[in-house]
Write a protein that binds this ligand. Structure first.
Ligand code: SPV
Ligand code: MG
Length: 589
């Protein structure tokens, strides 16, 4: 847990400044407002969203009134009292080390309310407040026309009262001018800007609800940089950010996009679960429980427990009974024993034509990112760490730059043109020492599939799609026995009482009509299973079959000696062999 210091900085905070002399959040916000570079404040409305803003790399937070109200289920009409706002922003301040500029609406009353509000914000380590020249109770600026403005002199009094009440010299007051948005002239906006500047505002915010930025750029030209200017391009979002930089804007507020993103995500998730009466569609599309623990820094609590709890005393977070009771046991156990990954990514994928002329098919673009990056994300979400990618064709296309990823090892099968998949796997054979996930590099699948494989009690388990028994157009389509088709000791069944996994009977030699499904190119090995596969690889090397064998051939050999479990799935994955597959991949999320 990062603790707030009296000056509003935090011990253990991760901002760059923290490694030198601590710089308070008040000073950091002031520097953002007054500095020469364009700065950005990202909306947050809760402790959680504030953490997400920090994680994304922003240097400051906009505590949006609209978003905070909405998160409480309230309208942006001062339905939340000022002390409720204070409480909410305190959670945000506690959750991050970032400076927060709070949307103070009108200041919740007259000069006297502003005085008390500002003192309380300083106490809570909130770096600044923005007050708007309207009347209490306010209405969101995008509602209606010609909202009444505050008397300019009276509003100047609010600014002066706030400045006289701040208990930190670097606390900032941003004065928001609603003249343009309320239908007044540019002259009136400039008159108010000058008055608020003279009253001591550290910056002004000029607000506009026009679809283009003409009004804002026009204001900037006439204002002439007399003091820093903040803008909120919610409505004129189409204007390139560089235009604002050139116009001399100090700070851009991205005002409400996290609350809006959360509405979309919550709606989609709720609709899926409601319609399906199941979680399978949403697992992998939502953050994991482990992710919540990481965001909330649960590790710190565990360390603190070691320090402060009696060794044999009451239950701590590490107590297995407590962990199990809270449903955390599996997740925490998984993070304790990281699973290794091996991704076979040597093939070119000729069927994709020019798209794979200079790169292997795992590097084709799927919605702005290489397919491999998405696969690595899924592996990581399921707790797979220490991942090795075996490259072959156009190996330089896979690098730390093109697939940035912590803990990634790149291995090479330089004889990829004349060898098969087993030869690629051999490059990673010495990593087959603990629990391992092995996957083809051209596969995408929903995370729940891998989570399920992790839960199967077997040394070797493969994921088999029971709906894909024909294997049209897949690898080996010319083969009367398509290589990934599977025969098992029992077919897929919808009886969930049948917990025993099926056992692989044959793979690589199964006639289309006999198949019970298609192996999707994903398997999980326990530490023992990894040893079994390593031993089989050695025996293939010894008998000279390793160079040209594919993974189904390896699996068939392993299955002849040890049970290989089959975990049936029904869709929710794809591999990319053809242009049609690629189109599917671009729609897969
Ligand atoms: C807010 O985020 O609450 C704002 C900005 O005040 S806006 O809604 O754009 O007026
Ligand atoms: Mg607001």
């Amino acid at each position: 847990m990062k603790l707030r210091d009296l000056d509003g900085t935090r011990s253990g905070a991760s901002s760059p400044q923290q490694s030198q002399a601590p710089v308070s959040r008040f000073s950091r916000l002031r520097a953002m407002l007054a500095g020469p570079d364009l700065s950005f404040l990202m909306e947050a409305h809760s402790g959680l969203s504030a953490k997400i803003v920090e994680e994304a790399g922003f240097q400051g937070i906009w505590g949006s009134g609209l978003s905070m109200s909405a998160a409480l289920g309230l309208r942006d009409n001062n339905e939340a009292s000022w002390s409720q706002v204070l409480e909410q922003v305190e959670y945000m301040a506690d959750a991050t080390s970032l400076p927060i500029l709070l949307d103070g609406d009108t200041g919740h009353g007259n000069f006297n309310n502003v005085r008390r509000f500002v003192r309380k914000l300083c106490e809570r380590g909130v770096a600044g407040v923005c007050i708007e020249d309207k009347l209490f109770p306010k209405t969101n600026s995008f509602i209606g026309e010609a909202q009444p403005l505050a008397d300019m002199e009276e509003f100047c009094g609010r600014i002066r009262a706030g400045k006289d009440s701040q208990t930190d010299d670097d606390f900032s007051i941003v004065a928001r001018i609603e003249a343009l948005i309320s239908g007044h002239s540019m002259d009136e906006a400039l008159r108010r800007a000058e008055a608020y500047h003279q009253a001591g505002a550290d910056a002004i915010l000029i607000h506009s609800k026009k679809r283009t930025a003409n009004e804002i750029i026009g204001f900037m030209e006439r204002w002439g940089n007399r003091c820093p200017v903040v803008i909120v391009p919610t409505m004129y979002y189409g204007t390139p950010t560089d235009a604002f930089r050139k116009a001399g804007v100090s700070t851009i507020i991205w005002a409400n996009h996290l609350v809006r993103a959360s509405i979309t995500a919550m709606r989609t998730t709720a609709a899926h679960i409601h319609a399906d009466q199941s979680l399978t569609q949403v697992e992998g599309r939502v953050a994991s429980v482990k992710d919540i623990f990481a965001l909330m820094d649960n590790d710190e609590l565990e360390t603190a427990g070691d320090r402060y709890l009696p060794v044999t005393g009451g239950p701590g977070m590490t107590d297995p009974a407590i962990a199990e009771a809270t449903g955390a046991a599996g997740d925490l156990a998984a993070s304790d024993a990281p699973v290794r990954g091996i991704v076979l990514a040597a093939s070119q994928g000729e069927a994709l034509g020019p798209l794979t002329a200079d790169r292997p098919k795992c590097m084709v673009d799927v919605r702005g990112r290489p397919l491999l990056s998405q696969l690595l994300d899924t592996l990581r979400q399921s707790g797979v760490r220490d991942i090795a990618v075996v490259r072959g064709f156009a190996k330089d296309a896979i690098s730390a730059e093109t697939v940035p990823s912590a803990g990634l090892t790149l291995l090479d099968n330089d004889r990829f043109a004349t060898t098969g998949e087993v030869a690629s796997l051999l490059r990673a054979a010495d990593r087959l020492t603990g629990e391992t996930v092995l996957v083809y590099g051209d596969v995408l699948f929903r995370r729940y599939i891998l989570d399920a494989l992790m839960g199967v009690e077997a040394d070797i388990v493969i994921a088999v799609d029971a709906l894909r028994q024909r294997a049209e157009g897949q690898r080996g389509a010319h083969n009367p026995h398509p290589r990934d088709l599977v025969l098992a000791d029992k077919p897929f069944s919808t009886s969930y009482l049948d917990d025993e996994p099926a056992i692989l009977s044959a793979i690589g030699s199964v006639a289309v009509g006999d198949s019970m499904g298609e192996w999707i190119g994903l398997m999980r090995l326990s530490a023992r299973g990894a040893g079994l596969v390593r031993a089989e690889l050695e025996s293939m090397q010894a008998d000279g079959s390793a160079d040209h064998a594919d993974i189904p051939a390896l699996l068939a050999r392993v299955a002849a000696r040890h049970p290989v479990a089959v975990h049936y799935i029904t869709g929710h994955w794809l591999d990319v062999d053809t242009m049609t597959d690629l189109a599917d991949a671009r729609n897969f999320s």
